[in-house]
Each structure stands twice: as C-alpha cells, then as structure tokens.
Design a protein around this ligand. Sequence first.
Ligand code: CUA
Length: 326
Amino acid sequence: MRADLAGPPRFLLLGACLVLAGCSGPQSSLDPAGEAAERVSELFWQMLTGAAVIWCIVIGASVLASYRGSRTWDDRTAFRVILWGGAVFPTIVLAGLLVHGLRLMPELRAAGGDLRIEVEARQFWWHVTYHAEGRPPIVSANELRMPAGGIVEVVLTSPDVIHSFWIPAIAGKTDAIPGRTTRQMLKPTRPGIYRGACAEFCGSSHALMAMTAEVMTPERFEAWLDEEGGPAKPQASAGEQVFQQAGCGACHTVRGTPANGTVGPDLTHVGSRHAIGAGILPNSPEEIARFVAHADEVKPGIDMPSYRMLPEQDLMALATWLAGLE
Ligand code: CUA
C-alpha cells in the first residue's frame, strides 16, 4: 500500500484544521467567555450532532432504497414509513428543540445586575456610560470593560438608525432601536480581550463599527474604574494647542480641559484604549494622525470632518498628545 493512501487525504485534514481554527478566537460564540455564549455554544453542538445523525439516517435510507432495485413496498408499509418518518419524528424533534430553547430563555433574560452600562449606538461608534454602585456615571467610548463573574445589564439605545450590539464570545445580539430601549444581560466568566461588532447594516461604515470588550478580574476592574472616572492628565504640549485651535473640543470631551463637546466620542482616556476608530485601528500616534487627517477615507460617512489642512508637524503633535491621554 502506498504511504499517502494510509490515512485520510491531506486536503481533508487541512479542511478540518481550517474549520476548527474558525471556532476559536476573540470573536467566536464557540469559544465562550460568558454564560449566554456557553448556552449558545452548547445548543450549536447539540443541533449539529442531531443534524448529523438525521443526515446519516436519510442518506442510509436512500442508499438502502437504491439497493432494493425495482421492488416496491406494499401500501401499508409505505404509509407507515411516511407517517413515522415524515410526520411523527420531525414533530417530536422540533417540539423538543422548542421546549429546550424556551427553557434557556428566562435564565438569559434575568433582570438586575451589579453594574449597568448604557450603550448608545451611533453612526458608527458606541457611546458608553458606566453606572457602578457608589460612583458617579463614567462616560467612555468604543470599549466595554466588565468584571469576570459579575452580572452586567447593558441598556441599549440609538439616536439615528437600527444597530445591533453583539459580543459573540460573551452573549447573543440585541438590536439598538431608535425610540426604544432594549436590554441585554451579560455574565462574563473568563478574563480576556474580546471583539464585538455591530450586527445590523446601519450605513456605509457598518462594517467598521466594532468594539473591544475586556473582561477583567474584579480587583483590576475597580482599579480601572478609578482611573477612567478621573480627569485626563494631559501633558502640556503643542498638541493641546492644536486640539483647541482646530476646534476639536466642540465635538469631543477631554475632562480636565475646556473641551466638553458631546457629538463625538469622549477622548478623556483615549490613549488607554485597545484600539481607535471604534475597534478598527491600532492605538498609536501614527494611526490617530491618519484618522484625523483622512477621517472620510478611514470611515466613510462619519460626521467628523477630515483635517487634511493641518501641517504635518501640527498633526503629529496633536496625535502624540491624544495618545498620551491615558
Ligand atoms: Cu451600526 Cu451596523
């Protein structure tokens, strides 16, 4: 026997590896880091196994039928096969799935939490406000941080169009609908950095509307809230002057400076975020400069104007100052 016939063909092995690799990662329901995602993952594997068994039965039946040649069943047997295989069996399977699915829902919808986070979905970013017990509201943007083991109530709104809030590794998706308030309960279980996305087409930069979700240990989360709730500690630099002269403060807030705009994301601690531009660019002075100068190209359709007219030196000073807001 030739060696290459001894095992499964290589392309099958490669295919299996690629398929399984797609099951893990920071944005996968099948690599859960939250209770709701664990239920989704369990349900997926149960349904996949069930579907595989049923597929084998159906294919087995058709192979068997082809071996029988032109012999036919009598009417009584044919009627029984159709009744049991075509009506009773699917009814039992589907009813079982429905009951199983409904049983999971109250658990995932339980109200009340240790932490309430208001998320307003906008074209094309996330305005985030933390309401933690014993603290004043803390405004941030494009990131969701939460403590492992806690229960987080996410309250969703939208001022413009329908968006959908989805962090696959932690829970399912919930729409943010203009004129309504929707809710989602998150029960993150495993510390780590995950990726969320807008899951409803909301305009030209829908695919560029992502977010970072970081699940932290409760101690680290409390320390982070202390930091995030405080004012910025800006370095006095030429960049701050550029920020003020270019009028950035009309749309952005940097607490601790005169900038108090609310049209765009709060930039008080933008330098400490994992990414910029709502999860799409690495957080570095170079990328911030690119975003500021070419906002319309980096994210088509956003409200922010592009500042191509800024001299290169001013642009880099501004970007360096922003990156230093930790
Ligand atoms: Cu917001 Cu798609």
